[in-house]
Design a protein around this ligand. Structure first.
Ligand code: SF4
Length: 432
């Protein structure tokens, strides 16, 4: 199984390569001077992952040739707008989308008011159409290894917050690299997210060793390790990490300070901006459904995400975890996340939008519905099953008992049924 198909480098200019997937061109950053025009490569998030011998690439492409165009046809047919039954003012705004004009915050807020089932289904169709026009049927599927459930923070919404009395684990460098190696060799992953709580047991040098070893497997290394220092992130970039997932969680300053005690939104945003300056591909976003959240807060969250210009939006519902200060909060309706997905897609056609596991936990069909409302990226949890259930950021997480080959099959079946292909979705816009 393969989560990225090889592409041919057709042009190189100042470390930017143009790569070709069956006639579809994308730009990637080449941080390896040995790559030349005519080489075959794997790319993820607009970054070179590694080269691949021509003979091997051509064999893989031969098996993909027909299916690639078949998937495209399925996607094109599913992303047609079938109906136009919307209030006149909403139609007017959506005509702007068709003309590729930027929507104002006020216009996004007015689309957020749509509530009727039929109106929402038109909104989702239009967002899916925009996704298809901007990204084709490209989808990325990253693997994620949750390597430590220790955390020094006490976020109100989190089931592994420091003060919660739970069984915790840390994976050794050897265990992480073995897990990553299995995902790469046996299942063909090309991008791996290394995720943990804010756990300083992993010193800079331990993290550097982990990043270097995982990078050597020939994958894009994606960090999700929270608010570590800028100097740590610089060292990890030098060690080979190229992407970072760090959400700001809420753009509401007061909520942020209350829900993430001892930290400030300002510091978090400063760190996120600095990660971009270092050169990381950025994934960021927020939680939907925090206490006292208004529609305006959600629109502000989308606008802040857009302002930070990430490669990928990551937002999911609050799922109240037992034993946390938010355990009694109501669970939001799936429609709110789908609507947020569609509005985010209309706000920013270029970015990738991730389907989070939290969304899949909310409702089994929600992943598919989000992919049809503008989302285009997924993650597969490759943490060893015995540890997955201990990374209990919220209760009853989807897929914690599912073995890896089954999770992969479920995800790829879902993507292929929707006509999506594992083609690099990056466009290097987020890179310095
Ligand atoms: S959300 Fe992240 S930083 Fe906050 S307690 Fe959970 S793991 Fe720690």
């Amino acid at each position: 199984m393969c989560y990225s198909i090889p592409a041919k480098v057709v042009e190189i200019k100042n470390h930017i390569g143009v790569i070709d997937y069956f006639g579809e061109k994308r730009n990637i950053l080449l941080d390896d001077d040995r790559v030349k025009t005519g080489d075959y490569v794997y790319a993820q998030g607009g970054i070179l992952v590694r080269t691949i011998p021509e003979k091997e690439a051509l064999e893989i492409l031969e098996t993909w040739k027909e299916i690639f165009f078949e998937l495209k046809k399925v996607d094109e047919s599913l992303s047609k707008i079938k109906t136009d039954k919307l209030p006149e003012n909403a139609m007017h705004i959506l005509q702007k989308v068709n003309l590729r004009k930027t929507l104002t915050k006020k216009e996004l807020a007015s689309l957020f008011e749509l509530d009727h089932k039929n109106e929402l289904s038109v909104l989702y169709e239009i967002a899916n159409n925009v996704r298809q026009r901007s990204h084709g049927n490209a989808s990325c599927v990253h693997g994620i290894i949750e390597f430590s459930s220790y955390c020094q923070q006490n976020c109100f919404y989190c089931g592994i917050r420091k003060d919660k009395n739970i069984e915790r684990y840390r994976m050794t460098c050897k265990e992480i690299v073995e897990t990553a190696g299995n995902a790469v060799d046996k299942y063909g992953f090309k991008a791996l997210v290394l995720q943990s709580g804010e756990d300083y047991w992993y010193s800079d040098s331990k993290l550097e060793e982990i990043v270097k070893s995982v990078r050597q497997l020939g994958v894009l290394v994606f960090l999700s390790i929270g608010s570590r220092s800028i100097s740590t992130y610089k060292k990890l970039y030098a060690a080979g990490a190229r992407a970072a997932l760090i959400r700001f969680e809420t753009s509401n300053k007061a909520s942020f300070s209350k829900l993430r005690p001892g930290t400030t939104l300002q510091d978090r945003i400063a760190l996120i901006k600095e990660l971009k300056r270092i050169g990381y591909i950025l994934a960021t976003g927020f939680i939907v459904g925090l206490p006292e959240e208004t529609s305006q807060d959600i629109i502000n969250n989308i606008m802040l995400t857009k302002y930070l210009a990430p490669d990928m939006y990551s937002f999911g519902p609050l799922i109240p975890a037992n034993g946390t200060p938010l355990e009694k909060e109501a669970i939001i309706k799936k429609e709110l996340i789908l609507k947020t997905t569609a509005i985010a897609r209309l706000a920013d056609s270029n970015s990738n939008i991730l389907v989070t596991t939290a969304l899949e936990t909310l409702d089994l069909s929600a992943g598919k519905e989000a992919l049809l409302a503008g989302a285009n990226s997924m993650m597969i949890n490759i943490t060893p099953v015995k540890l997955k259930k201990l990374y209990s950021i919220y209760d009853n997480r989807a897929g914690i008992n599912t073995v890896l080959h089954k999770s992969i099959k479920q995800t790829t079946d879902l993507l292929y049924n929707l006509g999506r292909a594992p083609v690099d979705t990056g466009d290097i816009r987020g890179l310095k």
